[in-house]
Design a protein around this ligand. Sequence first.
Ligand code: 2IT
Length: 447
Amino acid sequence: MKVSEVMAKLEAKYGHEKEYLQAVREVLESIEEVYNQHPEFEKAKIVERIVEPDRIFTFRVTWVDDAGNVQTNLGYRVQFNSAIGPYKGGLRFHKAVTPSMLKFLGFEQTFKNALTTLPMGGAKGGSDFDPVGKSDAEIMRFCQAFMWELWQCIGPDQDIPAGDVGVGGREIGYMYGMYKKLAREYNTGVLTGKGATWGGSILRPEATGFGALYFTQHVLAKAGKDIKGKKVALSGFGNVAWGAAIKATELGAKVVAISGPDGVCEIAEGITPEMIDYMLVMRASNRNKVQDMADKFPAAAKFTAGKKAWSVKCDIALPCAFQNELNGDDAKELIANGTWCCCEVSNMGCTPEAIHEFQSRGILFAPGKAVNAGGVATSGLEMTQNASHISWSAKEVDDKLHFIMESIHEACVKFGTREDGSVDYVKGANIAGFMKVAQAMLEQGTL
Ligand code: 2IT
């Protein structure tokens, strides 16, 4: 297998699908050498098969807004790969959602899920519905209309969606309500990220951010460093950034920046518990403005319009918002300001140029599919609880999350250790995830 040849074919076929091509190239470049030591993979054409989703559902979602206007959006579910378990992955509601975005996310999800140690295949879905400025009633009507189509594609042993950007506990609740009505069964295992009183796992809302900080601790420990007292810059203020802010603060770090599409809030003395709680209010408002934090806490937070979190001096950068949110110039600015670690919490949060910048300058860097896997891993734990009709305590879930993040770190070290003893986490995560899925595909025959 030659990456250049595979990519040339994919570019000819999917030239306009930029995010998808970016994600595939990153994985294939990491695994090329190891893959070519396995002629049985080449014979079974594993690469040609693994880069294509099993199937993509596209559907129209029509709903009525508060003014009585009929609105139409597009809905999708990309069922990417089911070699190691049923399809599993989140739903993204964002105005920029395209098949390319969901294909990249489904592809990433396949290898991320393989890293979690749990039996889950890869999927992603969502809609170009824009939640910004929508009322609660509009969100509910959209979620119901979306599920009216999606329900036929999913099931607790078939495909289990969850949240992602624009989809949190409230949206999962509205979607589950409609699913229950259509399926005429109380099948909680069909969605994860549910409310705690009706099958949701304790700690699932926090899990992506908590897991990311546990992983960051392992990265630092391996490099002989400690997170205590370090300055952390986060992007976003959604569910992921919220969990990361809680855990970073609890571990003794100082969260000195959060950001939004409108700019950055610099928090010189570090984020406080009141400010972290306010992140939830800001998300629920659907205003999508980080300036609201500075308006609420003017003495502690300073808002600058049009700037990213990466303009704030920090030791550790944690992208928590969206793909390609940290580019080569941002990486250079961070490094010039003394940043020595970047753990990607968003999916593909860094551009290839940013990753190159970090890795070539000896900055500790770990990719999203390893760092943020605690979210989907805790979804997997929610599925286990649902299937056995029990719920675990916070300690049980947190202990399992710790174990999973440690296992992922070990897998990265196993497959990504360089000759000088440092770890290439991109290579380690990609090889560990890919080999597991490839082996399962091989054993299940030509499908
Ligand atoms: O990107 C992700 O891993 C998620 N949005 C969570 C997926 C899940 O099924 O919990």
